[in-house]
Design a protein around this ligand. Structure first.
Ligand SMILES: [Zn+2]
Length: 275
C-alpha cells in the first residue's frame, strides 16, 4: 500500500487502544497490537560487531551486555535471498513471558527472526532482549507504548521512537534500524519523523485474534511465499506453541528463516511489505 495508506485491516473490536494503565502492561499492549505496521529492519551486525557494540554499551547505569554471545554461522547469516527461498518471521509487541520459549523453538531450526519490540516492555525485560539479539535475531522498534502514530503530533511521534531507541540501545548496545508502526498505521507526517524503513508484512496470521495454534500454523503454511514477511505476536502462548510445526513444515519445503534486513540483503526499502 502507498505511503499514507491506512493499515490493510482496520481496527476491529478485538483491538483496543492501549492506555497508560499501570497494570498488566504487557497484556494490554498485546491486546492493542493486533495489526502490526511495517518496519524496516537494519542489517544485523556481524557477530564480532555485535560483541564490540555490546561491550561498548556499558554506559552509566546501563546493565552490562557481556552475556550477549552471538551465535556464529547460523544459516540465516549467510544466505542470499535472491537465490534461496527465504521467509522473514516477525514477532511484535514483546518481549514477554513467552519469548524465551520462542527463542528455543527458533534455535532448534537455526531460524533467525525479527522482533519488533515495545519500548516499555524492553525496559522491563532487558535480559530477554539481550538474549534475543545474542541469538542472532534482529531487534526493531515498535514504539514505546504502542499508540496509533497517526493520532499524535510530530514531537510525540519522535519521542515514541527516541525513547524506544534508548531502551533498546541500553539493552543490546545498538539502535534499531527498522521501525514497525503499531497497527501498521502511518501517514506522510509519521513517515517524516524517521528515515528508517517502515516494515509492514505480507501475511497477517491474525494470531492475536484467534489465539489458536492450529489456526496460526494453517494460515502461515497456506499463505507463505518466498520473500514473505509474516506477522506474529510472541506475547501469545498460542502463537509460540504454533512455531514448532511452522518451522518444521517450512524447513521441509526448503525455506530459510532470515531477519528482515537479511531478506533484503541488508538494504530494506523505505517501506517493506514482503512478497
Ligand atoms: Zn503491535
Amino acid at each position: 500500500m502507498k505511503i499514507g495508506a491506512r493499515p490493510r485491516r482496520p481496527l476491529t473490536a478485538g483491538m483496543r487502544r492501549g492506555t497508560a494503565g499501570t497494570v498488566a502492561v504487557t497484556a494490554l499492549v498485546a491486546a492493542v497490537c493486533g495489526t502490526g505496521g511495517p518496519t524496516a529492519a537494519p542489517d544485523p551486525a556481524s557477530a564480532t560487531t555485535r560483541t564490540v557494540a555490546a561491550s561498548r554499551t556499558k554506559a552509566a547505569g546501563a546493565p552490562t551486555v557481556k552475556d550477549a554471545k552471538p551465535v556464529a554461522g547460523a544459516a540465516g547469516e549467510r544466505v542470499d535471498c535472491k537465490r534461496a527461498k527465504c521467509v522473514a518471521l516477525t514477532f511484535d509487541d514483546g518481549p514477554g513471558r513467552h519469548t524465551d520459549a520462542l527463542l528455543r523453538h527458533l534455535a532448534a531450526y537455526r531460524a533467525r527472526a525479527t522482533f519488533f519490540v515495545v519500548g516499555r516492555n524492553v525496559a522491563a525485560n532487558q535480559a530477554i532482549v539481550r538474549r534475543t539479539y545474542a541469538a542472532g535475531h534482529e531487534i526493531g522498534s515498535h514504539t514505546w507504548s504502542h499508540p496509533d502514530l497517526t493520532t499524535l503530533p510530530a514531537a510525540k511521534v519522535r519521542a515514541q521512537f527516541a525513547r524506544t531507541d534508548r531502551a533498546i540501545k541500553a539493552a543490546i548496545g545498538v539502535r534499531p534500524k527498522l521501525v514497525r508502526p503499531p497497527y501498521g498505521a502511518f501517514n506522510a507526517a509519521v513517515r517524516k519523523q524517521t528515515r528508517r524503513p517502515l516494515v509492514m508484512w505480507s501475511v497477517d496470521t491474525l494470531d492475536w485474534l484467534h489465539r489458536d495454534s492450529s489456526r496460526v500454523a494453517r494460515k502461515t503454511l497456506k499463505s507463505v511465499r518466498p520473500g514473505s514477511v509474516i506477522l506474529f505476536h510472541d506475547i501469545h502462548p498460542t502463537t509460540v506453541a504454533a512455531m514448532p510445526k511452522v518451522l518444521k513444515r517450512l524447513s521441509a519445503r526448503g525455506y530459510t528463516f532470515v531477519t528482515v534486513s537479511r531478506l533484503y540483503g541488508g538494504r530494506p526499502p523505505k517501506l517493506v511489505y514482503g512478497r
